[in-house]
Structures are given as structure tokens and as C-alpha cells.
Ligand binder design. Structure first.
Ligand code: ZN
Ligand code: ZN
Length: 157
């Protein structure tokens, strides 16, 4: 099974009114066990694909801001209210997409998991690296390099 998406790849919300397209490979994939993600995803954890902003595009519809409506902007379909992606505060180059919005999400296994301190006891993601909160800032460069190498090797098989 590939651990990266075909490019470009399209997707959309539950009702299909908002559609999106990615044209670049994800920087890294994650699962977050924090209670905020548990609530907003109505599930045990959220899934993320960190996307470069210039490889992410809304092709139809107008997503609206929901969630905490703070500096970090959580975007939803205004009709079916699917949580589609997040634009983190102060990181305009990055979009944190929910990869299950894509029509083919089979590749999106999480590489790291965050906030295991808040995780539900039964919730397992298979992630390679686990963090009680977020990884320390200085760990990201190595994690991203490892994820990229892994995605590369899976596509050569
Ligand atoms: Zn919708
Ligand atoms: Zn979270």
C-alpha cells in the first residue's frame, strides 16, 4: 500500500458542496488525540496531512470558520458541517488538511501521534512516533525527513 497520495488528488466534504484538490505531497501525516480533536472530529482522534499551502486549493464552495473561531482557523462545509482543514495561527505556508476528505484516503496512515496524554485507552493509530503533547520544536526537521524518506521508498516498491 502506498503511503502517499496520487497527485493531483481531489476530495470534498460529506455532502460534496465543498470540493478541494491537492497538487503536492504532504509534508507529514499525524493523528491527534487531544480532547479538542476528539470533540471536533466526533471521534477518538483527528487525522491530519500537513500540506504546503501552495499545494492545496478549494475548487468548489465556500468553507466557513468554526471550532473555537480563534487565531487558528478551523474550516467546515457550511451545509454538512464537515471539519475539512485548519489554517494554524502564524503558519500561512501550512494547511492542516483532514486527509479523509480525499476521495482516496487509503495512503493517510499517521506517521506521528500527538497528545497521547489525553488519549482514550482503546485508541491505537499505528503511528511510528508518539508524543504526550506536541513533539519538541527541534524534532520536526528530523521527523519530516524521516516521513519523506518513508513515503519515497513506498512509492518505489
Ligand atoms: Zn458539505
Ligand atoms: Zn488535537
Amino acid at each position: 500500500m502506498s503511503s502517499k497520495p496520487d497527485l493531483p488528488s481531489e476530495g470534498g466534504c460529506r455532502c460534496g458542496r465543498v470540493r478541494l484538490k491537492i497538487s503536492k505531497a504532504p509534508i507529514m501525516t499525524m493523528a491527534c488525540h487531544c480532547t479538542g480533536c476528539q470533540r471536533m472530529s466526533s471521534s477518538a482522534y483527528s487525522l491530519s496531512a500537513l500540506m504546503p499551502t501552495d499545494g492545496f486549493e478549494i475548487t468548489q464552495g465556500e468553507p466557513v470558520i468554526g471550532g473555537l473561531q480563534g487565531e487558528t482557523r478551523h474550516y467546515f462545509c457550511d451545509y454538512c458541517l464537515s471539519w475539512m482543514f485548519t489554517r494554524p495561527a502564524g503558519m500561512d505556508w501550512l494547511v492542516n488538511m483532514r486527509p479523509t476528505m480525499l476521495d482516496d484516503a487509503s495512503w493517510c496512515a499517521p506517521f506521528i501521534e500527538t497528545f497521547t496524554s489525553e488519549k482514550l485507552a482503546f485508541a491505537e493509530t499505528g503511528a511510528r512516533h508518539s508524543y504526550k503533547t506536541f513533539p519538541p520544536m527541534e524534532a520536526y526537521e528530523g521527523l519530516i525527513a524521516e516521513y519523506q524518506a518513508l513515503a519515497q521508498s513506498s512509492s518505489n516498491n
